[in-house]
Design a protein around this ligand. Structure first.
Ligand SMILES: N[C@@H](CCC(=O)N[C@@H](CS)C(=O)NCC(=O)O)C(=O)O
Length: 281
């Protein structure tokens, strides 16, 4: 056994919460659900109210909304409000009301009576695809293949983000066992994508769909060097040549360029989006 395997921890009979564990999100993470404070959510002028942050999960929603607008679906106009997960905005009562799981992204569709809440990024993509009849094949076989990959992403990315990313980038010290386990799984997933994209232009075949919108922000970020620092080198992202080809093609879409800039701070980014012109220029 490698000398890098730590020893000495014997789990107690009952686990207890150590709030300050040294990890990057120690002050955010809790073992309980529910709101911590009262805070109503703001409501803007558009039919769709998005409460989010520009993480890989968050930009799935803004890319889809920008794609819908680019395709001429005027009903997809949206307000994008900033949820600061480092400050605990996801535990405000209004946010918990639209997502009891306290995670971004969360969407409220005010065109229905009563308004419809949608949480989980995969559910948001599917809801919008069905509402507007776009980016989801309508034939049963094509729709099934698209949903296969959408659900694949929802089940797989936590191993990339919560597993590999956490132990590679955020844990207070490096644990070889954990990094080995999740690097292996992430590379296996990249190989799944690479083999599939060798035979297919997009995830669900010849058309760009919500499956691409779900997978691109996570796995494309690894091959393009936009993920955890040095992870593209560590995981040999450039070796997945079919993923690289697909990542580049998706990245060039004008709506992707717009959607990935929303709910972020910094140059070229916009913290909130309340009008299409906010993204112009
Ligand atoms: N399965 C969820 C995951 C969402 C998620 O993990 N969101 C993160 C940011 S990317 C979050 O809100 N974290 C805040 C927290 O854990 O308190 C989805 O796809 O919508």
């Amino acid at each position: 056994m490698s000398e890098n395997h730590p020893t000495g921890y014997e789990p107690p009979e009952v686990w207890t919460w150590e709030a300050e564990n040294g990890g990057a999100f120690a002050s955010t993470n809790r073992p309980i659900a529910g709101p911590t404070h009262d805070k109503e959510l703001p409501v803007g002028k558009h039919p769709l109210q998005l409460h989010s942050l520009g993480t890989p999960n968050g930009i799935k929603a803004t890319i889809m909304l920008e794609e819908l607008l680019a395709a001429g679906h005027k009903g997809a106009e949206y307000d994008a409000w900033y949820i600061d997960i480092g400050e605990g905005d996801q535990f405000g009562s209004g946010f918990v009301g639209i997502n009891p799981n306290s995670k971004i992204p969360a969407l409220l569709d005010t065109t229905t009576d009563p308004a419809t809440r949608i949480f989980e990024s995969g559910s948001i993509l599917l809801y919008l695809a069905e509402k507007f009849g776009a980016f989801l094949p309508t034939d049963h076989a094509g729709r099934t293949e698209c949903l296969n990959w959408l659900f694949w992403q929802m089940g797989s990315a936590p191993y990339l983000g919560g597993g590999f990313g956490h132990f590679f980038a955020y844990a207070p010290f490096k644990i070889q066992y954990a990094i080995d386990r999740f690097a292996m799984e992430t590379k296996r997933q990249l190989d799944v994508l690479d083999r599939h994209l060798a035979e297919n232009r997009y995830m669900a075949g010849s058309d760009y769909t919500i499956a691409d919108m779900a997978i691109w922000p996570w796995y494309g970020a690894i091959t393009s060097g936009n993920s955890y620092a040095n992870s593209e080198v560590f995981l040999e992202g450039a070796s997945y040549t079919n993923v690289v080809r697909w990542e580049r093609e998706v990245a060039e879409r004008p709506a992707v360029k717009r959607g990935r800039r929303v709910n972020l701070n910094g140059e070229g980014k916009i913290r909130e989006r309340h009008d299409a012109s906010d993204l112009d220029g």
